[in-house]
Design a protein around this ligand. Structure first.
Ligand code: PMT
Length: 412
């Protein structure tokens, strides 16, 4: 969890906080407090309904700015372009809580309040934190609206699971203010900023995928169960966001995703060479399961069955990611994966440190549907700031999308 007291992480940053008519509106007070304490300027925009849940006086006092609600305030003349100037002023626009109604309005470009009009005018990244009842959240209309917002490049923070205001238990709880604060910090400090033509337009993304095969003799290998699906899904998602994607792939049965440059390799040494040749990439994501050891002296011809026991001596392969980490450029992002059977979090964090990574993705391999193979994965994302996020069990394509969105700090 991010600790706002450590330093002024948001010093000089300008935030718009949109608050809508949800029972979770009270959490906006704590969010404002965290952001102000971290040095941010916060301008609150409330929908008229939000005032039924928390008073503008409370949020105005905490933010030390007048809370804005109506686009045409009764008592003010000549200030109706405020939504435009605020949209240009902000470094980030956060809507928390975001009701189904406001999400729908934002998805379809309504501008009937200061909040929705400013959202249309804003040039800064957007973060929305849905809060609503379980069935409203899962309704295809809401999901389609969220999909639309994601396609615009909006960050969407997945709501939590738990007891809801209706008394039902399900998805729809707004994330806690500390979690939203952590995301805000990531978003305003992310070194990769989106550019027009796709979130990753103009960026070179290097992805590794699949297993390596280390020869014992001409017909036998040391390998693992990686199918390549996770890395291929990431490559496909990155290409979909406009990146130039190089996919360094160990042996898999998968088709090359559309718009991706694929380089086939077999051994860890070959993968090392291919990755090194593209180390200029802005973003490197190593999803490959690289063999840590390779037979020291592969036999030139097929080993014959002789004794009951056979000893094969192995030697270490190059640690491709650690080498990139040792020469990491300031604007470059490095992301690793961790496959652990014990002490997952601790081991993943150790790898993140040792390899000088920005993010590490821990596969929760002990859980059904996670780890190797096509289909689904359940991962924990760990940022070098210490911020940790568990993602639910999802298709690998969705995991890829969520991962890229977090890395970019602009969508979830
Ligand atoms: O391919 P799938 O079937 O879809 O499965 C996906 C996956 C489980 C293989 C993938 O999500 C994954 O976890 N890949 C990394 C597994 C792993 O080998 O982790 P590791 O803890 O050994 O390595 C840590 C990181 O260092 C990884 O990013 C790895 O690519 C990298 N590494 C490891 C060894 C090495 N010699 N060089 C490396 O760069």
């Amino acid at each position: 969890m991010v600790d706002s007291t450590e330093e002024k992480r948001l010093e000089g940053r300008k935030l718009l906080l949109g608050v809508t008519g949800s029972i979770a509106a009270y959490k906006a007070a704590e969010l404002i407090r965290l952001c102000k304490k971290a040095g941010a300027e916060v301008q609150v925009l409330m929908t008229p309904d939000a005032a039924r849940f928390i008073t503008p006086l409370t949020l105005g006092t905490l933010s030390e700015r007048e809370v804005l609600s109506e686009i045409f305030p009764d008592n003010e003349q000549g200030s109706w372009t405020k939504h435009v100037s605020l949209g240009l002023w902000a470094d980030l626009f956060v809507v928390a809580p975001a009701t189904a109604q406001t999400l729908a309005k934002m998805a379809y470009g309504f501008s009937d309040s200061m909040l929705t009009a400013t959202a249309l005018a804003a040039r800064c990244p957007m973060l929305v934190c849905p809060a609503m009842d379980h069935d409203m959240y899962l309704h295809p209309a809401t999901q389609a609206n969220l999909e639309r917002l994601r396609a615009f490049g909006y960050a969407v923070m997945a709501p939590g699971y738990g007891e809801l205001a209706s008394g039902l238990v399900g998805h729809g709880r707004m994330p806690e203010p500390e979690e939203i604060f952590g995301r805000i910090v990531e978003m305003v400090t992310a070194p990769l900023r989106p550019s027009s033509g796709g979130l990753l337009a103009g960026k070179h993304v290097l992805v590794s995928a699949g297993p390596t095969r280390e020869p014992i003799d001409p017909v036998r290998v040391v390998t693992n169960h990686s199918s390549g699906s996770m890395g291929y899904a990431i490559a496909e998602a990155a290409a979909g966001h406009g990146a130039r994607v190089t996919l360094v792939s160990g042996p898999t049965a998968l088709d090359t995703p559309h718009g991706v440059d694929r380089i086939d390799v077999t051994t860890a040494e070959e993968m090392h060479a291919a990755v090194q040749a593209h180390r200029d990439a802005n973003l490197v994501i190593m999803a490959a399961a690289v063999a840590d050891y390779t037979p020291l002296d592969p036999a030139p011809s097929k080993l014959k069955k002789q004794d009951d026991e056979l000893t094969i001596r192995l030697r270490r392969t190059p640690d491709i990611l650690a080498e990139l980490g040792a020469h990491k450029r300031p604007e470059q992002m490095l992301v690793g994966f961790a496959m652990e059977t014990d002490d997952g979090l601790a081991n993943a964090r150790r790898k993140l440190e040792a390899k000088n990574l920005d993010w590490i993705v821990l596969n929760n391999v002990n859980e059904e549907g996670a780890g190797f193979g096509p289909g689904t994965n359940r991962v924990t994302l760990i940022h070098r700031s210490g911020h940790t996020e568990d993602l639910p069990l999802m298709p690998k394509r969705d995991v890829a999308e969520a991962l890229l969105n977090r890395i970019l700090g602009i969508a979830g």
